[in-house]
Design a protein around this ligand. Structure first.
Ligand SMILES: [Zn+2]
Length: 312
């Protein structure tokens, strides 16, 4: 059977278009009982990859499916919905948004149209109604065309939550735990205690350098301490592969952020110019990780500015 399956896979791969063979289609992989994830590419969003740069996860119960995050374009979301339909006839009940960043939300309209209730942390509403969100969408319609086009729209949550909220679905509990502001103002993680499964959004990056952006890294470190208390066995992160070494991965993100704050904080306090501080800093602990090139300098610069403000 296994051999037959292997032959079939080889035969199928041979027929796939190059984009699919390169893993550019969302393919669910089981991570725990009745739980799956699709893994985006370790790359920046592009027309070619249709903004497939983030993960989504879902849990199938007899009473319906709970999905975490919506992927980076409606086309990807349609493919993910079709994959879910292959796994279960149960209705899609909820989509939980871990944060309103483009690569996690541009697929929302597909799941909303499929009847799901969208839930997010209340701070996301501020971003959704901001000029920044509109400008980003306008830019994405150019940079990510045709995956993002005039029909792609921003979708508000049906329910905005302020505090920890537990959903009960098909015998499982889903604790929605606000964890922002950290990576984003509206960070929300989903903890499934019966499965010891944590959907961590972008609070935990695995196998790549985090995108720090304008994040408040001190609070982010605090939020990671909250996650450590969950005692997760499996983490589905917002980017990169799943983790069965939850504690180590949380600690990698935590130590990267702490190192940025320590090295750039020292430079800011000494009024050392950023360029000098950056080239002097020893990055050898992190420079083998994917996306170090495109992300680390900007992360360091943002942290430098943050620490400069803090030391005034
Ligand atoms: Zn992300």
């Amino acid at each position: 059977m296994l051999m037959f399956k292997g032959l079939l896979t080889v035969a199928m791969l041979a027929c796939l278009a190059p984009a699919e063979a390169q893993g550019m289609k969302p393919r669910p992989v089981q991570v725990a009982p009745d739980s799956y994830m699709v893994q985006g590419l370790s790359a920046l969003g592009s027309s070619a990859n249709r903004n497939f740069i983030s993960n989504a996860g879902f849990v199938v119960t007899p009473d319906g499916v709970l999905l975490v995050d919506a992927l980076g374009s409606p086309a990807l979301a349609r493919e993910l919905l079709a994959e879910i339909r292959h796994i279960t006839p149960a209705p899609l009940r909820y989509v939980i948004v871990t944060h309103y960043h483009a690569d996690h939300i541009y697929g929302l309209q597909v799941f909303k149209d499929a009847g799901a209730t969208v839930i997010a942390q209340r701070e996301g509403r501020l971003y959704l109604n901001s000029d920044a969100a509109q400008l980003r969408l306008a830019a994405s319609r150019e940079q990510l065309a045709p995956a993002i086009d005039g029909d792609t729209r921003l979708v508000a949550a049906d329910r905005w939550i302020d505090g920890p909220t537990t959903l009960h679905l098909g015998g499982l509990d889903f604790l929605l735990q606000p964890a922002g502001p950290a990576h984003a103002p509206d960070d929300l993680v989903v903890w499934v205690p019966q499965l010891k499964l944590l959907f961590a959004g972008d609070l935990v990056f695995r196998g790549r350098i985090p995108f720090v952006g304008q994040a408040d890294s001190a609070r982010w470190i605090g939020a990671l301490d909250t996650l450590l208390a969950f005692d997760a066995r499996i983490i589905v992160p917002g980017h990169g592969p799943m983790s069965t070494s939850a504690r180590d991965d949380i600690e990698l993100t935590r130590s990267y952020l702490a190192y940025l704050r320590q090295s750039m904080g020292e430079a800011a306090r000494n009024m050392e110019p950023f360029d000098e501080a950056y080239s002097r800093t020893d990055w050898s602990r992190f420079d083998k990780l994917p996306l170090f090139g495109p992300a680390n300098r900007m992360n360091a610069y943002n942290t430098y500015l943050l620490m400069e403000q803090g030391s005034k």
